[in-house]
Design a protein around this ligand. Sequence first.
Ligand code: BGC
Length: 737
Amino acid sequence: MRTSSAVSSSVVIVAITVLMAACGDGGSGQTLPPPPPPTASPDVRADYLVGQMTLDEKIHMVHGGAALDWWAHTLPRGGGGWIQGNTRLNIPDLYFADGSAGVNWGVGQATALPSSIASAASWDLDLAYRYGKVIGTELSAYGINVNLGGNINNTGREPRDGRTFETKGEDPILAGKITAAHLKAIQDQYVMGGIKHFSLNDQETGRTTANVGIDDRSARESDLLAFEIGIKDSNVQSVMCSYNLTNSDWSCENSYLLNTVLKGDWAFPGFVMSDWDATHSTIKAAQNGLDLEQPENIYFDSNLKQAVQNGQVPQSRLDNMVHRILRAMFASGLFDHPQTIHAIDAAGDAAIAQEAEEQGAVLLKNNGLLPLDSATVSSIAVIGSHADIAVLSGGGSGQVQPVGGQAPIDVGVKPCPPCWSQVVWDPSSPLTAIQAKAPGAIVQYDDGTNAASAAALAAVSNVAIVFLSQWESEGMDVPTLNFTDVIHSSPIDQDALVSAVAAANTHTIVVMENNGPKVMPWLPNVSGVLEAWYPGQRGGEAIANILFGDVNPSGKLPLTFPASVNDLPRPTIAQPPDSTTPFPVDYTIDGFNVGYKWYEVNGLTPLFPFGYGLSYTTFAITNPQLSANTAGSSPSFQVSFDLQNMGARAGAEVAQVYLELPAGTGEAKRLVGWQKVWLTPNQQQNITIQINASDSSHPLSYWDTSAHAWLVPSGTFTVYLGNSSRNLITVGSFQIP
Ligand code: BGC
């Protein structure tokens, strides 16, 4: 009896569904008006849908779902967030997943690219586009249609930030343009891009309660400028607001940041989603600019519905939230280009991973030992950091599960759970790659756990290559800039290891696999230093290619390497008193002079300056010329020069243009343009770099708080050209009346 009634009621349900589908409305009882054609604008198409939606359907669009475990990535398709689609209105599901150096680990095995900071260090926008394309195509292959990448926080303010590897460094223009190239590529795959964490989320220590104090001009010219460029140059559709507070308001309910700056001044048409659990209220957050609560439904589900019904949040604001999300989906092609799940192009993408590392690794020191000559080197000691089988990667939501699975290394102390922040070694062997380069040499490995044994091996080898590694992750900062071992149960003193090896063999080279800037007490005693960052799953091959000269290094630092933590604007990282009380983090100390500008205005000499990086050849800049067009409301100038490769190897140089604004502005020199140029031996090329005041980077302007506008000041502008922020010639100057 029970069975037959169940059967008959399901027959009735099926019959009703078929009938409703025939009516064309899926269940509301009313026939839907015809939708606008696909050629209509995203705004028109979004308005149409908002016009058909019930209150419940609208509320459904503006929050995640608490029922599913996003933390363990058990959501559909393994991402970090999910909003089920609306079948009545043919609105597709939204699948959210991280991906700053490859698809997030929870989704599936993916190409582990070198870290984003390495992409920035290439200073190559075309390569950055291809880097982003790997992320976009692989997300799409897994059926993920919203990316939570685009971390553009300013790690120049806090180089000990555990997420430095996800970022693009300290300069707003370089970071903004590199991020925009990543995002354009992702969006070209019909995956909605995202940029985060808006804003001033520059330290992980106490990240959910840090209360950043900063003035408007400083924010506009530093952290916010990077976002402005990244958003405007890429047309990215989603912005993730951050955990921290700014000037005592949580980022996800900060009307100034969200309504005035982002949606007002920048006319951002997309939507703002909270970082995971960064929502703190219903009415205030909705009114102050948050459009989507993620990943839960604590504030923007029944609480928001009630607030709309009470009139505490106007219906028009809820409609605007939904409009922004739908508009972003149309603009990103999510309706018109649904994804088909398929295998990733592992081989093609691995080649790009290798190229990104080869172009992003930075040669910091070379006393002439590099490149190694396979014809003359007869024995090599490879030491430390599991270089026999792997290279290190960074942890947190930016973590990738590499193709082929992670290297089988049990490091003893695994901070897992939480598994979103685990130590993953990518399966790429520097030792094997080095052996392949020098088939006639004896290549031996020492794990570096005993400095005396490593030194003994170095003593009987022609060359010693010491691999240093520093694991870092989202959710942590490191207290010092020295290499510290936070993962092995018996921590290795890596500085002592290098010193012991260098004392045993003057031909010692250090390769660093790390998150961001480091100090190097052993620097005078080693022959060469290569900053490999977290080099990705083809890191071993890329490093060997550079060490043996098959690739001529051309990366340049996107971050200053300070000489000491004492030179930082905040030598000690501000600490939270407990897990709930907001605590001050003072960004007025460096203000708008962040990163290399801080070192310049304070007369501090860095260990390695922003923009610095060596090559196996040398380049000469001659015949620099400046021409400026200062008439009209949008001035511009051009720097022309001859760049010549003076050596016997092909290579690339990054020519960098810096501009000093009139003295009264208090601005330090700023990077305003660059070009990466590839030249064969002795080749000379005439280069012109054009700078327009109207560019999204506001290169000739300062932010005038009382005018609430970017203004080009009157006075003398001085133009510099060179290959680092500290190796510049004066090209000339021009006046703006
Ligand atoms: C991180 C975000 C990330 C989100 C989802 C948060 O903890 O701060 O960057 O997108 O988790 O994984």
